[in-house]
Design a binder for this molecule. Structure first.
Ligand code: IMP
Ligand code: MG
Length: 181
């Protein structure tokens, strides 16, 4: 096995497990949307770009890929997370079947904000998909398609970063606390 970067403590989800799970998630989505004409996949930038690329290519169902970017403040403190849209989608979603594709759900504020914002645009349906959810006390946001549950540690790789680093690792790994403290 390749040696782990010295800033990383351990692999949390391996490349093989990610790829296997994505195929299962795509199969489930195809089944659930068998009667839909097409799906709009909305990736949340930047973190979801790699997950969305693999998920979209695993989907044989007709789909459109679009992106949205948000920024959040005070998301890990006691202050309620304030989320703001910094880049909107290209296409309207009226009467479309929309799936929001997130990298990781932590406090849930980002997904909660996106659900409320996109619901207001009258899509035919709106569901959520995330590769990872962290287990801890938080808002209960519904994640319709979830890849993996992980402990509450900072992870990087497969789109996820710390200060814009480590995004293109093919697996998800725990960052050593000393690498970000
Ligand atoms: P939430 O709004 O607290 O659910 O935060 C979600 C966003 O925070 C994710 O889309 C990520 O961009 C970022 N995030 C949360 N936890 C991690 C992590 O462990 N590694 C990298 N990014 C994270
Ligand atoms: Mg994100």
């Amino acid at each position: 096995m390749r040696e782990l970067h010295p800033d990383l403590k351990q692999v949390i989800v391996s490349e093989e497990d990610i790829q296997k799970r994505i195929k299962e998630m795509a199969a489930q989505i195809e089944k659930d949307y068998a009667n839909a004409e097409r799906i709009i996949l909305v990736g949340v930038l930047k973190g979801a770009f790699i997950f969305l690329a693999d998920l979209a290519r695993a989907l044989s169902k007709e789909h459109v890929v679009d992106f949205i970017a948000v920024s959040s403040y005070g998301k890990s403190g006691s202050v309620a997370g304030a989320v703001r849209m910094v880049l909107d989608m290209r296409e309207p979603i009226v009467n479309e079947h929309v799936i929001v594709v997130e990298d990781i759900v932590d406090s849930g504020h980002t997904l909660d904000y996106l659900i409320h914002t996109l619901k207001g645009r009258q899509p035919a349906s709106l569901k959520t998909c995330a590769l990872i959810e962290k287990k801890r006390d938080k808002l209960t946001v519904p994640v319709d398609y979830l890849g993996f549950d992980i402990p509450d540690v900072w992870v990087v790789g497969y789109g996820l970063d710390y200060a814009e680093r480590y995004r293109t690792l093919p697996f998800v790994a725990e960052l050593k606390p000393e690498a970000y403290q």
